[in-house]
Design a protein around this ligand. Structure first.
Ligand code: SF4
Length: 292
């Protein structure tokens, strides 16, 4: 881990990454891609030392409150967050300045900050997004080795719902020949239904591979699933989008199950929900009618 001084913290769409790099070790991670021009090892986490000062200044400057996003490029609840508490302190600032939060993680450490999330959600909106890829615990330990497994993430989703925090699941990536089975998708969807998630994001039953993440992914395939790399190379070459041969039927199953259970499954609608700032208990503006 190393510290840097960052120039800014919020992107144009109000996303933030307090850390850069990630130690969760997912074998398919897109954030390893060369296009992100990381100048350090992916596991050597860059901590933006002045991130909280920058965030406070940015929140104070904003004329309109909005949703703040985090977790797109690096999990905000990596093990080092236990000690550094940057995410926790950022949530406290978001609460203090009356903004909303939409965070994305795979870690049960998010429950440490449940009370802050509840307070934010009481005033505006706090949404937790959790990724689920496989219902097979053993496979999960291989493809997402350094973070809690699906079983625990399912418990976290249920706890969040019971505590009034809305949740969204990222059902991706689905890796051809590994977790692209009907049984797996069915079991994951059953978990989502039971945990009463608000929406499920799915971009097709597949994954993306490009320079940087492809090499790492293939190394891990060689390590854990001999001969599978050759199969990928034969069937997909250097394609960026790598879809399962079962994409069409699995997508039908996905849409049908969500529809039957009242779960949002249109990606645009879900992103709209994640970005929409909502204020609860806002004083109603008096109308002439009220005054009479
Ligand atoms: S948790 Fe996200 S950022 Fe971290 S390794 Fe996994 S996919 Fe990459």
């Amino acid at each position: 881990m190393h510290y840097v001084q960052a120039k800014g913290i919020l992107s144009a769409t109000n996303g933030m990454n307090l850390y850069r790099g990630c130690t969760h070790g997912c074998i398919y991670c897109d954030s390893r891609s060369k296009c992100y021009q990381m100048a350090h090892d992916f596991e050597d986490i860059e901590v933006k030392e002045n991130a909280l000062d920058l965030l406070e200044a940015a929140l104070r400057r904003k004329r309109k409150r909005c949703m703040i996003g985090t977790g797109a490029m690096s999990d905000p609840y990596m093990p080092l967050e236990k000690r550094l508490e940057y995410t926790r302190r950022a949530l406290l600032l978001i609460e203090q300045y009356g903004f909303g939060i939409a965070l994305q993680t795979k870690s049960d450490l998010v429950l440490r900050d449940l009370e802050i999330l509840k307070r934010i959600n009481g005033k505006t909106k706090a949404v937790v997004q959790i990724t689920l890829t496989t219902a097979d615990e053993e496979l999960c330990r291989i493809i997402e080795p350094n973070v809690c497994t699906t079983k625990r993430r399912f418990e976290v989703l249920k706890t969040l719902h019971d505590e009034g925090i809305p949740t969204v699941v990222w059902l991706c990536p689905i890796l051809p020949y590994l977790n692209d089975t009907e049984d797996n998708i069915k079991r994951l969807l059953e978990m989502c239904v039971e945990a009463k998630v608000r929406g499920i994001l799915c971009f097709g039953m597949g994954l993306t591979l490009r320079e940087g993440n492809r090499e790492f992914f293939y190394e891990q395939l060689d390590r854990h699933f001999p001969m599978l790399k050759q199969c990928y190379i034969r069937n997909y070459g250097n394609q960026y989008v790598v879809n399962s041969p079962h994409d069409a039927e699995l997508m039908r199953l996905f849409h049908r199950t969500c529809e039957a259970n009242g779960i949002l499954h249109n990606n645009d609608e879900i992103f709209d929900y994640l970005h929409r700032f909502e204020e609860k208990n806002a004083p109603q503006q008096l109308t002439l009618w009220d005054m009479n």
